[in-house]
Design a binder for this molecule. Sequence first.
Ligand code: RB5
Length: 147
Amino acid sequence: MIIAIGSDHAGFLLKTHLKEFLLNLQYDVRDFGTYDSTSTDYPDYALLVAKEIADGKANLGLLVCGTGVGMSIAANKVKGVRAAAVSEPSSARLSRQHNNANIVCMGARVVGPELAEDILRAFLNNDFSNGERHNRRIAKISAMEGE
Ligand code: RB5
């Protein structure tokens, strides 16, 4: 499974930690930066990762900024992307099962490395529930993309 990852300066250290975590689990990780702690703009990295997902070049994505909020707002501008900003594992699991989220966003100023690992594990180890009501709701979200 290919995981596209990205962060801004605030998320750089946590992204680096989670990259190692993913590599140890044998995931195919594509890192779209940033590559150091120099101040930068989170939408640039949200766009790179979101496009990988939208283009089908990666299966799932991980974005890290200070809160996870800016990354999710930016990534969700790309058609086909459902980015979830979460700070605990239950929401990460449900974002896959109910919302078919394809990018998980976290805040390095909100969660520590161990909690971030638990969140990422919950996100990766769960699939979309594919029930009628969930499909209907996802279809309504997709229909909003032209608005
Ligand atoms: C950067 O200072 C910070 O604003 C950014 O990482 C993120 O938290 C925005 O949502």
